[in-house]
Design a protein around this ligand. Sequence first.
Ligand code: ZN
Ligand code: ZN
Length: 242
Amino acid sequence: MVTVAEGVHRFGSSLVNWYLIEESGKLTIVDTGMPAYYKQLQPALDELGKTLGDVEAIVLTHTHVDHVGFCDRARSATGASVHVHELEASPGLKRVPPLRLYLRPQSWALGAHLLKTGLLKLPDLGPSTTFVDGQVLDVPGSLRVIHTPGHTSGSCCLHAPRHDALFTGDALVTLDPYTKLKGPRLMIDTVNESTSTAVASLQNVCGVDASHVLPGHGDPWRGGVAGAVERAMRSFRSAKGT
Ligand SMILES: [Zn+2]
Ligand SMILES: [Zn+2]
């Protein structure tokens, strides 16, 4: 466990993150990693001196396999409510990245890791409550939803004002696990529904007042949201050669 902001703890692996927010003794899980990361939950709770019953909510930035992984198992075990954007809740949604992504050698480590941790055990989202842009969720952390479509149509960033943090899912990452490139950036084109929409969506968050940017992949960015957005835009433009 690594504490990445006051009352916010990071778990997962070097390739995929999930988080716990602690507020007034209760917990919210933000994203649920890969299915096999379920085994990290009890030790995480033990370390925090908490029990499964202290988990009140699970909030997902989007529902790709590496973010929805142990969601339904955790929901069953804890009785927590599950929250997701209305465009991510459909059971028929494609949750696994296209196979052609794994043709490049830089992504082989990720491919092997995903296979080992449950890629083929397509997790069910299970019962969930949907949210929309601008909503403030009544969960520990009082997360405010900022819709940032592009990576997927229902991708959202989640602002935790009391924790001075913004969870960005895959709308803005500091490690692209498919290319191994680090620093604030968008994910590789192939994994985004629409990279041009993802670029435009960065404007939805650049005014958020939070020091800690906590992505779905990569280390926390400590330089504030506007700084992360600026770096991501710069990296996007240099990748496009403009
Ligand atoms: Zn994703
Ligand atoms: Zn991801």
